[in-house]
Write a protein that binds this ligand. Structure first.
Ligand code: PLP
Length: 403
């Protein structure tokens, strides 16, 4: 029987192939170094785990309001005041089953068929399919490492049509770690001023930012822009809680209400126990974040310096998140690579390169094509210093054989 056009238009993530291959190799006893992780390699802090245990003991194990408990919404509202000087009412906040669910539900609520959402590339792999699943059309704006993967106001201006419903800003970014300055956010936001277009600000990496750089989003510009911005955030990355599945969003009260209605007819509430754990995460001791960021900052420097020493690879030093996105296009011209490439199946340079890197050097990296940028690969440095040393040494040796 034919399945829906909706699902048939969605491609499986190209990241899955490499991850599955790496797993298979590991199960055969091969010593694979994986740079694939999309999550911090720290345990969830004990106070958060304890709050979950306490919630179970107290019987907080039943349905909650579909859009989240008021205690968590209040904690989120307090966080916005504390970190962003933004005042949201509880009716302007909704809790979802992870940050991915937040974006998915928002697309379902905002988009009619053919409505457009502007997405800068390299993008998080799930944005375009989630727009498509809502019937919308992703409009991709290309960037590169020369401009630190930032779109310009002119690019944004040129992309806008009467069908544009939203613009996605993900800063710091997955996969590049690039982060917009306050002025850059102001200049981009000015493009949509006076237009019926939402700025969808995915702030999931807000807390993972280096060198004292200040986080800024468009809601912080003015009361007007606060109404035009929908902030997406969650506890996954900030508190190393990827498995707990708590995301949230804040913005226009009617949009938030409709997201709550959608949840009431689809998933119902996010896990009650995880919600109470998230209350503790957001209200409790925040010292975990600074320690995690300090560790990531050291690993970032380690991986960037080692990668930049490899002939054929160049990489920017990211401002935030825990990924580097090296440009590997220099390798395309190497004679050794040209010989190997001609014998390989596969439809993109970065997927052929990362597959060969895994097979020949036992290093797993995600091909840039997964993020809409084929000249690159993504390496996560949410892994130990030792594995970074070992993995990048292997990459260097592998690339040297390709010359
Ligand atoms: N947004 C971005 C840019 C991400 O990288 C991720 C996770 O990888 C998410 C949102 C969603 O995170 P989660 O669904 O785990 O809360």
């Amino acid at each position: 029987m034919k399945l829906s056009d909706r699902i048939l238009q969605i491609q499986p993530s190209p990241t899955l192939y490499i991850t599955a291959l790496a797993k298979e190799m590991k199960s055969q006893g091969i010593d694979v170094v994986s740079f694939g992780a999309g999550e911090p390699d720290f345990d969830t802090p004990q106070n958060i785990k304890d709050a979950a245990v306490d919630a179970i003991a107290a019987g907080m194990t039943k349905y909650t309001p579909a859009g989240g408990i008021n205690e968590l919404k209040q904690a989120i509202a307090d966080k916005f005041v504390r970190d962003n000087s933004l005042a949201y009412g509880l009716n302007e906040i909704v809790v979802n089953c992870g940050g991915k669910h937040s974006f998915y539900n928002l697309m379902q609520v905002l988009l009619d068929p053919e409505d457009e959402v502007v997405i800068p590339a390299p993008y998080w792999v799930s944005y375009p399919p989630m727009v498509q699943l809502a019937g919308g059309k992703p409009v991709i704006l290309d960037t590169n490492d020369m401009s630190d993967f930032k779109i310009t106001p002119q690019q944004l201006t040129d992309s806008i049509t009467p069908k544009t419903k939203g613009v996605v800003i993900n800063s710091p970014s997955n996969p590049t770690g690039s982060s917009y300055t306050e002025q850059e956010i102001r200049d981009l936001a000015a493009v949509v001023e006076g237009k019926d277009i939402f700025i969808i600000s995915d702030d999931i990496y807000e807390s993972i930012i280096y060198n004292g750089k200040k986080f800024f989003n468009s809601a912080m510009i003015s009361e007007d822009f606060k109404h035009k911005t929908i902030i997406l955030n969650g506890v996954s990355k900030t508190y190393s809680m990827t498995g707990w599945r708590i995301g949230y969003m804040a913005g226009d009260a009617d949009v938030m209400k409709k997201v709550g209605i959608l949840q009431s007819q689809s998933t119902s509430n996010p896990c009650s126990i995880a919600q109470w754990a998230a209350v503790e995460a957001i209200n409790g001791d925040q010292s975990f974040i600074a320690k995690m960021v300090e560790t990531f900052a050291r690993r970032r420097d380690l991986i960037v310096d080692k990668l930049n020493a490899i002939d054929g690879i160049t990489v920017n030093r990211p401002d935030g998140a825990f990924y580097v996105f090296p440009n590997i296009s220099g390798i395309r011209g190497f004679d050794g690579w040209k010989k190997i490439e001609s014998g390989l199946d596969g439809d993109s340079f970065s997927s052929k390169f990362t597959e060969q890197l895994l097979k020949d050097a036992n290093v797993a990296a995600v091909p840039g094509i997964a993020f809409g940028a084929d000249d690159y690969m993504r390496l996560s440095f949410a892994t130990s210093d030792e594995l970074i040393q070992k993995g990048v040494d292997r990459i260097a040796q592998f690339v040297a054989t390709l010359r």
